[in-house]
Design a protein around this ligand. Sequence first.
Ligand code: DAH
Length: 362
Amino acid sequence: MTAKAADLQSLERDLSARIAAASDDASLEAIRVEALGKQGSVSALMKTLGSMSPDERKQFGPKLNALKESVSEAILAKKAAFAEAALEAQLKSEALDVTLPPVRPRVGTIHPVSQVMEELARIFGEMGFTVEEGPDIETDFNNFTALNFPSKHPAREMHDTFFMNATDEAGARKVLRTHTSPVQVRTMLKQKPPIRMICMGRTYRCDSDSTHTPMFHQIEGLVIDETSSMADLKSVLIAAIKAYFEVDDVRLRFRPHHFPFTEPSAEVDVGCDRSGGQIRIGAGADWLEILGSGMVHPNVLRNCGIDPEKYQGYAFGMGIDRLAMLKYGMNDLRAFFDADVRWLKHYGFSPYLLPGLAAGVG
Ligand code: DAH
């Protein structure tokens, strides 16, 4: 074997060992430049071909070409192996376990009052009621006069009602509405019967203890058409209260009462059990007052431009905060409005479980 052939063999061994040992693309590229680049060891040998005798060239040329080819093939093969390993590693790092449960972002909780409003909107919505709104600052006419309150009625006195300094067009001081009933007036003034609506919102009275706050929430209901009767009022309220408390044997007691805006009027009590210091709706021999109701007074219809000879209907009003306390077991109303995040975490509801046909009402 000629010296050149021996050189060639050792160069081939050396290069293939180094290619095999290369650990990344960069070191592979360095080997390629060292061997096959312009100044590379294989290229240098190629240059010697010109000065060889024809015999030498015949013997040496093909070997050199074969070396060049096998080195570049080995480098390409190694590069392909690196690329495959990199892809493998990337796929592994991006692997998704699609069998894991979805991760829900934390977005706080829904306040019990909002939750109950949502429940009531669904319940009455399914019974064909639309939802109306009115402002917190009301005229004396909408809050009292149109609702047939006599001018000397105690609710008009300073210790019950928050009066604003501003006066309305009639020169009367505006009020923070003391109930949601003025929305009855607003609805009748803007819409002809048939009317079938509820309204929910904030109401205000000068009052504060563990079951009263100066601001609280009410729901109002109003149905006006040519035939609706006390019997319809009863069946709607019984169905709504059963759906709300999710108890089948809810008992309601309609007790004669007086409101200026209804005649006849009834307060409604729900059957409960008070033993053990807790109120349980459904079972037991006790009663708890939860709402006021009645047939809309002809004077109210007249005040709102509706002919009482042709139209009649019923109305009802309930405290939303009280309904929330009874269903979800809170006993101090003041905590509702403290904005204490620990209380909200404990009593709040998941925004992902808003009431509806699929999730159930509560
Ligand atoms: N507005 C009354 C209150 O705040 C509740 C009420 C009673 C509303 C009878 C009504 C009703 O619509 O018919 O005490």
